[in-house]
Design a protein around this ligand. Structure first.
Ligand code: ATP
Length: 312
């Protein structure tokens, strides 16, 4: 559905400084109808990558193919037409405060020349779909962050796109609102058969909503694959996404003569560690643990207190 082939992006240097290599030889296949998460530290190229998918930025080299159409081979006019099948939402919503929620959602239809009655009807139906039917007449300043993002989602979907791009769409929201917006994106992806690409620096966002995960570092794809696969032992993403105990182990937690051994389920099996400890005559006790089930894979960490000798 979305293919990046050997894509590199270099920005010209600002005011005489060196050019910035934001992406280097990126190859990526994102299947239709799934929610794809892209994570990576600040400056790793996430925003650049998502902006290449609707040619808000042009790659320096390489091909971008979306829905069978090679965007990088189209004229400027053809790109504008192709963008109608690609919706986008942003961290700061980008709504017009002079317009009501309904008028914001209707804007892309107005710009496409759709008649007033149809604009209102389609925009109204989408506002209902995102749970804001009652707030159609409100202006953005009268809405909460989560409600504003729902309006932005409705606006992005009003032209019936097949692809939805989300650039840090939950980064300005509190955890509970983030969860409800992610659940909505998940639901819309499934119900409308969208291909959704979600860029984030928050790992929880990926584990809650995504079908696949891609890790970027310094402009390169380090790892990509189905979520259940990349959280299993031996994967870089497993180490990044793995939950840690809420509170580190403190000396007061520790029985006398004990040492702490942290078992990272992304790297090793608990049963193997326990068997090895038993074989060498050690006794293990759980001090702290945080383990989650991510699409059938158990990930997390367990802090054990280890003592020589069998249980007293
Ligand atoms: N328009 C631009 N001109 C010059 N350099 C840019 C431009 N946009 C991004 N960059 C640089 O390209 C690199 C990748 O930036 P990008 O915004 O894609 O990363 P990111 O992973 O989204 O970071 P963040 O999480 O901080 O938003 C960075 O070094 C950044 O400074």
């Amino acid at each position: 559905m979305i293919t990046l082939e050997n894509v590199s992006k270099t920005y010209p240097g600002r005011r005489g400084s060196e050019p910035v290599q934001a992406l280097t030889e990126v190859d990526l296949e994102l299947d239709r109808g799934l929610l794809h998460g892209v994570v990576g530290p600040s400056g790793s190229g996430k925003s650049t990558l998502v902006r290449l998918l609707n040619l808000l930025e042009r790659p320096t080299t390489g091909r971008v193919v979306v829905g069978g159409q090679e965007l990088t081979a189209l004229s400027a006019r053809e790109v504008r037409a192709a963008r109608r099948s690609i919706g986008m939402i942003f961290q700061h919503f980008n709504l017009l405060d002079s317009r009501t929620a309904l008028e914001n959602v209707a804007l892309p239809l107005e710009l496409a020349g759709v008649g007033r009655a149809e604009c209102r009807e389609r925009a109204g139906a989408l506002l209902e779909r995102v749970g804001l039917g009652q707030r159609a007449a409100a202006h953005p300043r009268q809405l909460s962050g989560g409600q504003k993002q729902r309006v932005a989602i409705a606006r992005a979907l009003v032209t019936d796109p097949t692809v939805l791009l989300c650039d840090e769409a939950t980064s300005a929201l509190d955890p509970a609102t983030t969860a409800s917006v992610l659940d909505l994106l998940r639901e819309l992806t499934d119900d409308l058969g969208l291909t959704t690409v979600l860029i984030t620096h928050e790992m929880d966002v990926i584990t809650r909503a995504a079908d696949t995960a891609t890790l970027l570092a310094e402009g390169r794809v380090v790892e990509t694959g189905p979520l259940a696969q990349v959280v299993s032992p031996g994967h870089r993403l497993a180490q990044t996404l793995v939950p840690r105990p809420v509170r580190p182990v403190e000396a007061a937690d520790l029985p006398t003569d004990a040492t702490v051994r942290t078992v990272d389920l992304a790297r090793e099996e608990l049963s193997t560690v326990l068997a090895e400890l038993a074989a060498t005559g050690h006794h293990a006790e759980v001090l702290a643990a945080r383990v989650e089930n991510i699409q059938g894979a158990r990930v997390g960490t367990i802090d054990l207190a280890i003592r020589q000798g069998a249980r007293a």
